[in-house]
Design a protein around this ligand. Sequence first.
Ligand code: 3PG
Length: 248
Amino acid sequence: MHKLVLIRHGESTWNLENRFTGWTDVPLTDTGVAQAREAGRLLKAAGYEFDVAYTSVLKRAIWTLWHCLDTMERTWLPVVKDWRLNERHYGALQGLNKADMAKQYGDQQVLIWRRSYDTPPPVLDAADPRGQRQDPRYAKLAPEQVPLTECLKDTVARVLPFWNEELAPAIKSGQRLVIAAHGNSIRALVKYLDGISDADIVGLNIPNGIPLVYELDDELKPIRSYYLGDPEAAAKAAAAVANQGKKA
Ligand code: 3PG
């Protein structure tokens, strides 16, 4: 049996301001740091050990991982950072307030932008300064690999090759992995692991900073999965994420 731990980053400044973030590189709030440290405390108390850690190239996930590992006294672990674990690109919505958009376009439209499997948010203009095509961290990618918007299906299309090429072989070889990532890159992984349908994935929300444990068989099929800590608190936090896209 293998154990895989997924952690969505702690609260970011734009989570606090309720703004669509995507590939915008915003920091953690003090609450976000505390959530990451609490995740480390829970993992340490339950006796978790890891061989390698993975994260995105966005600082809210990188710092979440660091604070978590620091609390576990495991900052010496190897860390792999890969853009394919980045948040879903939120296109022209990046920077805009989620509740304001719901007031303007309605809760249903915002739900489609946030949670539908295959309807992407409006495309960001390639010349828009909010885009990432000039960002040196993506210099090795072809310009068209740096998205101007993504639906979850697009995110699955980059997360899944990373799973198949790197994460799954590492787990199968016996390495114990912790992955600090984002709401929608984790939704992409969970959709794949649990075989959730395109329709049902709309209802899945990932709370900030709570370790999500997968127990996997030798074929990496889930035996069970659960949040560490208080399950009611995790369910409440997931419901709060769902409500971020509603008129205040
Ligand atoms: C963002 O990118 O805005 C959030 O981190 C995830 O947002 P969502 O829950 O609205 O998809």
